[in-house]
Design a protein around this ligand. Structure first.
Ligand SMILES: [Mg+2]
Length: 290
């Protein structure tokens, strides 16, 4: 190929990647998930949910997970896009002629147990990145399907809740703070001692059961921190909320205070502390025992 042709081809590729309005596409994915899951949500709440195998992330798959993922895929493929899918359910799959153009990390339903038990706290989570790493996420959406609340973020452009800009809380007093703690693990004997000093000083401890959405609650000031040091949360569940937290101006690090890095892969696990502001973050980190 001649040099000029190579330059033109390179320019075309650059434009294809950069002119895609990912936020608009994620909004369309969400709308399609809502449409396609509506009848299932009505019919299936509080009914026994048969397992349909095990997803790439290791959890049992339910019909609602498959329906939500199918709705997302139909929207993406309908756009004729090239991309690599990283899904909690179906693993890593490549689509189109240039699948490295975009990586789309999907948790079709975060909080499946809440959903199947009729607890109204679950979400669809989708993140777009330039490579399969958490730090490369540039566009994110977490949609609370029950309350019809959608959190979005675009790198460098802030985070929004139903299109209104959000900020985290300014709370710095643990006695007043509402803090989410996920202790949902059979290894609780190992985890609990690390967190008792924090719980002793905090009046309002919560766990709501859909970690992506609970992180968004830190982003918009509903709660003041959310801690998951179990080492079993999938990076795929966190990808979208990570950007929403960062763009809202909240803080998220490892329990040791280091930047959160993770490969976007359904088998990758991580631990984190997310806080509304640096001051309360520091207080929490100091109380967590290594
Ligand atoms: Mg899920």
């Amino acid at each position: 190929m001649k040099t000029t042709n190579l330059i033109i081809e390179g320019f075309r590729k650059y434009n294809r990647v950069n002119l895609v309005d990912w936020l608009q596409i994620l909004e369309e994915c969400k709308a399609n998930v809502k449409r396609q899951t509506a009848s299932l949500l009505k019919a299936s709440i509080k009914q026994p949910q048969p397992d349909l195998g095990v997803g790439a992330g290791g959890d049992p798959i339910k019909q609602i997970d498959l329906t939500a993922e199918k709705a997302i895929m139909e929207t993406l493929l309908g756009k004729g896009l090239s991309f690599t899918l990283i899904s909690e359910e179906s693993g890593i799959k490549r689509y189109g002629s240039e699948p490295d153009q975009a990586y789309i990390t999907v948790d079709p339903i975060d909080g499946s147990t809440n959903l199947t038990r009729g607890i109204p706290f679950y979400a669809t989570s989708i993140a777009v990145s330039t490579n399969p790493k958490l730090q490369a996420v540039h566009t994110a959406l977490v949609a609370d399907l029950f309350h019809d609340v959608t959190y979005t973020a675009v790198k460098g452009m802030g985070a929004k809740r139903n299109n209104q800009e959000i900020r985290p809380s300014k709370e710095v007093d643990l006695a007043e703070a509402v803090i989410g703690v996920d202790l949902n693990t059979y290894k609780v004997r190992e985890i609990a001692p690390r967190i008792t000093s924090l719980i002793e000083r905090t009046k309002h401890i919560r766990h709501l059961g859909a970690n992506a959405l609970e992180l968004c609650y830190v982003a918009d000031g509903t709660i003041d921190a959310f801690i998951d040091i179990r080492g079993k949360l999938r990076a795929t569940d966190t990808a979208a909320a990570w950007l929403i937290i960062k763009e809202a101006g909240a803080t998220i690090t490892t329990p040791e205070g280091k930047p959160l890095n993770a490969k976007l892969d359904p088998t990758e696990k991580l631990s984190f502390v997310a806080s509304a502001n640096r001051k309360i973050h520091k207080i929490i980190l100091n109380l967590l025992k290594a």
